[in-house]
Design a protein around this ligand. Structure first.
Ligand SMILES: Nc1ncnc2c1ncn2[C@@H]1O[C@H](COP(=O)(O)OP(=O)(O)OP(=O)(O)O)[C@@H](O)[C@H]1O
Ligand SMILES: [Mg+2]
Length: 504
């Protein structure tokens, strides 16, 4: 029998400071959006009313990023604590900060160089810089000269200025495209800015409204100066236009003597608003929304209460994890996820509203709302043949959601070589709408194609011509339509092709 000792004996200790390379590993779960949300947290904690996120471009290439605020700033005696990894301060009940890590972890996840330049009122401007480099031997943080800190802080940021403020600057940002091709950079910027608007608008929706904070995003070019400002607009996942009778309800789940309140909401129907659609799509955003101090930490998922289900997409539950219940939940250091402990799901199973409503009642009500809304919405639409090969999955999903579908073989839209210059061919046998491959390159504008390419073209064709495959033969009306589409679309395709070839 092996012996087990309750205590592990020790004899003295050695000091093992972390290797500076450990800096590299910080914040690996961040994306650009979550990293910037972490910096915005700090600006909000500093009482800022205005926050600017600025991308910096030189000769088309993206070279850096700034987050600027008009908050309290950092006093010269506090700057070293602020730059310290894990340097916690005294937090108040309102503060979003918690770990003393956010600024550094978020920055190092995205950039090889982090500079913080700040002025607190009544204090001299201060600046520090952390640089990640492979050969780092020590935890030495660089001191930025006061004059440079002042110059950065006093640049014309076009923010309502006050006596104080902070500039966080990233250089060598690893997620930026390493190209000076203006078109590619523009594409990156417009996609990234719109993702950021979505993520920050959702994460801070309550804070933007309740504390009157403004966040804007822009791009500065060396020659052109700063461009248009893209505001971050609050996106409230609970802002549905009409309530279902009897809802929302508050269910209380007893855990460890405290009560977690589940604020159970049901959207009455789907909607095209950003509030309903949300980044990532409404289906993945069903379920629990965890808030801490007004900041959304985690949007969607059921944490073991139930499996995700298309029919539950109208169900959203708000949970505030402040106060007594804080100990039951763990947020990750990136503040982008909350894990509920193993006792959470069983406790929710016993949760009840004052009128006795349980979580099962709630889920059933949400599912019933989905069924009713769908019947109402699609009832007026005539049934269609389902989409088959050639469609982008997102188009297929949308068609399935929007139309009642016939229980028949699907319609395919595919490319093949034609002996003629006609654009289309309808093949009733295989229910395939063939497209002439000789126009494909031109329509793709030189991009690489795939079997699900050109989703817009195919969606339009589906809407226009999908129903000619219904019935057992082409009627006279169908034939005439097909002739009409053929003439016009062939002319259009030829025009695309000659424009494309002229550019080559
Ligand atoms: N924009 C800012 N304005 C004023 N002070 C700031 C700003 N950014 C950071 N600080 C100071 O630097 C400290 C460290 O920030 P950091 O984000 O690393 O940790 P935290 O916010 O305390 O906790 P968490 O890890 O939860 O974010 C903050 O506590 C704050 O005192
Ligand atoms: Mg922080």
């Amino acid at each position: 029998m092996s012996v087990w000792f309750q205590e592990v004996p020790t004899e003295g200790s050695v000091e093992l400071p972390p290797d500076p390379r450990a800096l590299d590993a910080l914040g690996r779960n961040h994306s650009l959006e979550t990293a910037l949300a972490d910096l915005v947290d700090n600006s909000i904690d500093a009482g800022a009313t205005d926050i600017l996120i600025r991308f910096v471009q030189r000769n088309a290439r993206l070279v850096g990023l700034y987050v600027v605020d008009n908050g309290r700033g950092i006093a010269s005696e506090s700057i070293d604590d602020a730059m310290t990894i894990g340097g916690q301060r005294r937090y108040t009940g309102e503060d979003l900060g918690h770990f003393g890590l956010g600024l550094k972890a978020a920055s190092f996840s995205q950039a090889a160089s982090l500079s913080v330049l700040s002025r607190a009122s009544g204090s001299e401007p201060v600046g520090r810089r952390w640089q990640l480099d492979a050969g780092r031997q020590t935890f030495d943080c660089d001191i930025v000269p006061e004059a440079f800190a002042a110059a950065e802080i006093d640049r014309d940021w076009q923010l309502p200025t006050g006596p104080s403020g902070t500039v966080v600057r990233w250089d060598s940002v690893n997620g930026f495209p390493s190209t000076d091709d203006a078109e590619q950079v523009d594409e990156f910027l417009s996609r990234t800015i719109s993702h950021l608007q979505g993520h920050l608008g959702l994460t801070f929706h309550r804070i933007l409204v309740d504390r009157g904070v403004r966040i804007v995003i822009d791009v500065e070019d060396a020659d052109l100066g700063a461009g248009v400002r893209h505001p971050v607009v609050p996106i409230d996942p609970f802002a549905y236009p009409e309530t279902l009778p009897g809802w929302p309800k508050q269910l209380r789940a007893p855990i460890d003597g405290a009560k977690v309140v589940l604020d159970c909401h049901i959207w009455s129907r789907r909607s095209n608003t950003p509030e309903y659609r949300l980044p990532g799509g409404a289906v993945t955003r069903q379920g629990l929304y965890f808030y801490r101090r007004g900041r959304l930490l985690h949007a969607g998922g059921w944490e073991g209460i139930h499996a995700p289900d298309t029919r539950l997409q109208l169900a959203r539950v708000r949970i505030n994890i402040d106060g007594d219940t804080a100990g039951m939940f763990v947020m990750n250091p990136e503040k982008s996820r909350v894990s509920a402990g193993p006792r959470f799901a069983p406790a929710v199973a016993t949760a009840q509203a004052d009128d006795g409503t349980t979580i099962t009642d709630y889920l059933q009500a949400a599912e019933a709302a989905w069924a009713t809304a769908n019947r109402r919405r699609t009832a007026r639409r005539s049934a269609a043949i389902p989409p088959g090969k050639g469609f982008h999955p997102r188009v297929t999903r949308e068609i399935r959601d929007e139309l009642p579908l016939l229980h028949e073989d699907p319609v395919n839209i595919q490319w093949k070589r034609f002996p003629t210059d006609a654009f289309l061919e309808f093949d009733r046998e295989t229910r395939t709408l063939w497209l002439n491959r000789s126009y494909r390159q031109a329509l793709l504008g030189g991009r690489r194609g795939g079997s699900n390419d050109l989703p817009v073209l195919k969606a339009v064709l589906f809407l226009l011509a999908g129903n000619v495959f219904e019935g057992s033969h082409f009627g006279a009306r169908d034939k005439d339509n097909i002739d009409l589409w053929q003439e016009i679309l062939t002319a259009a395709a030829k025009a695309e092709k000659s424009t494309f070839e002229a550019r080559q």
